[in-house]
Structures are given as C-alpha cells and as structure tokens.
Design a protein around this ligand. Structure first.
Ligand code: GDP
Length: 289
C-alpha cells in the first residue's frame, strides 16, 4: 500500500501528460505546496527542476518525475542520517514534547537495537508522572531492555540518568536510552532540567546522541517545537513519528532543511517493530514513485 504521504495521486495527472508544459509546472508547484514543502522549498525545487529540464532539453514528464525523485534524495542526503553509537556505553538522550510518541519510540528503538544483538538499558528520567514511568517500563520490557526507575516520585531526573549510566557501566550494557520530561508549559524549567541531565551524565560518559522526537503530523507546529529544543538541548538527530498517519511528505524534507539536523529514525505505526532507520533513497522513491 502506498504511504499516505506519497505524492502519487497529486502527481499522477501531471506525469501522465504527453509533454512538459506550463500546466505541468503549476501542477507541480501545487502538489509540493499541498504536501507541506513550504513556499521557499517549493520554489527552490521548482527552479532547480526548470534548470535541469532546460539543460537536458527534455519535454518528457517521466524525466521530470525522475529528476524530482533525484532532487529530493540529493537534498535529504546532504545530512548524515547514521546513528553514532560506538561508545561503550553509548548514551542517548531522547527529548520531545509529551504526546509526540517518545515512550513508544524508546520501546521500539530498544527493540531495534536488541534485534541487532545490542544490550540496552532505559532510564526513566521523566520522574514526575508515575503512570509515565509504568508505561515506559512496559515498552522497555517489550523492547528487551532493562530499566532504571526513580526511587521516589519526583526524584531529580539527573540522578536517575546518572544511575542508569552507572548501571550500564557496571553490567556491561552497551546502550543507554534516557527518557526525559516533555512538559513544554514550563519551557525554561524544562530546558534547565535537560541541561542538568546532560551535565550530570557527562561526568560519567560523553553523550552519543540527543534525539528529538517530532510528530510528523504536526507540520509547522512541530517545527516551532523543534527550534526550542535545538537551541537548548544540543539535538543531534530527529525521530519523526506517525508517518503512517496524516503526515505530509514534504514536512520530512522541510524539517531537515529548516533545522539543519538529520532525520535518523522514522516511526510508522504503533507496534514495537514500527521504527526504521531513515534512508533518503527509499523515502524519495516512496514519496515520488
Ligand atoms: P509520549 O507522551 O511522547 O511518550 O507519547 P507516547 O509514546 O505515549 O505516544 C502517544 C501516542 O502516539 C500513542 O497513542 C502511540 O501509540 C502513538 N504513536 C507513537 N508513535 C506512533 C507512530 O509512529 N504511528 C502512530 N500511528 N502512532 C504512534
């Protein structure tokens, strides 16, 4: 089944015409705008494609389709989507606003890693919501990871993070995934808390990745959220969740170009197996057809 964010139906009419004409260009522009590429990126892509079509003197819409796919892949490939997890232990902070799919992502990511034979411990450093800790514990268990919980509700998140890294060192666990709070109502408080978690963890180990989880269905709102975290939390990679939902494909490229941070993982469902690495080639193929 084609992904819901595929440009397939929006572009079909355009690519089935006999030749590239003015209508083709305006249809392409409409398709990109309605897929959430945003006006700047849409203009940049259309200009680039006009240049290529002129250079190669083609009038065949099939060539235009191939060029669109290549342009999107090339732009997505400008940033490196490889996860850096070579430290032992490799410490990953997972940040993002409540509701974006952070807990689920941690469970799925643990599963992704344990499937590759890696050992994983999860740190429940969102210590204020007891129910959230229990939910995280369930997902960690599904993912084949152990968990370090707060000893009492409201324990200093940084101390839970510290204890998690200590456990990994003691037990020879390879990867540490630290869940963090996501209450954006108290933005400065939250950012201070994240900085403290970083500082305390770095007393033991360098931080391998700070992954910001974003709900891909939130479009421009998601971008605004991303900026606060990028400014304060040292984000090294993005995780886009809910790409199986009503997400628009253009958001994926727009978010990477706007933030300058690579997408490293994508969630496409609520199941434990529904998280994959991000491959620009595959994505561009699915998007453009
Ligand atoms: P948190 O508050 O950020 O920890 O969010 P949760 O992990 O509890 O997820 C919030 C909701 O989003 C839950 O209903 C999840 O099942 C759902 N969810 C998370 N990731 C995905 C995804 O990739 N696809 C879909 N369709 N739902 C997701």
């Amino acid at each position: 089944m084609a992904a819901t964010w595929s440009l397939g139906s929006a572009l079909r009419g355009m690519f089935s015409r006999a030749t590239i004409d003015d209508e083709t260009w305006s249809d392409l522009e409409d398709a990109l705008i309605s897929a959430d590429f945003g006006p700047d990126l849409t203009d940049a892509i259309v200009d680039e494609l006009r240049g290529k079509v002129a250079k190669y003197r083609t009038t065949d819409p099939a060539d235009l389709q191939r060029m669109l796919r290549e342009t999107i892949e090339e732009r997505l490939s400008r940033l490196d989507s490889t996860l850096t997890l070579s430290n032992r232990p490799a410490v990953v902070l997972v940040v993002g606003v409540n509701g974006v799919g952070k807990t689920t992502t941690i469970g799925k990511f643990a599963k992704f890693l344990t499937n590759y034979g890696r050992s994983v411990v999860v740190g429940a450093a969102d210590t204020f919501r007891a129910a959230a800790v229990e939910q995280l514990a369930t997902w960690a268990e599904r993912g084949g990871a152990s968990i370090v919980r707060p000893q009492q509700p409201g324990q200093d998140p940084a101390s839970v993070a510290f204890q998690t890294v200590e456990k990994a060192r003691r037990d020879g666990i390879e990867i540490v995934l630290i869940d963090t709070a996501g209450r954006l109502q108290t933005k400065s408080g939250l950012m201070d808390e994240l900085s403290k978690v970083r500082r305390v963890v770095e007393k033991l180990e360098p931080i391998a990745e700070v992954l910001l989880v974003l709900d891909a269905t939130t479009g421009q709102n998601g971008l605004a959220q991303a900026e606060a975290f990028i400014e304060h939390a040292g984000v090294t990679g993005l995780v886009l969740t809910k790409l199986d939902g009503s997400a628009k494909g253009g958001f994926v490229l727009a978010v990477q170009e706007k933030t300058g941070i690579p997408i490293k993982l994508v969630g496409q469902g609520e199941g434990i197996g529904d998280l994959t690495g991000f491959t620009p080639h595959v994505f561009a193929q699915q998007l453009v057809g």
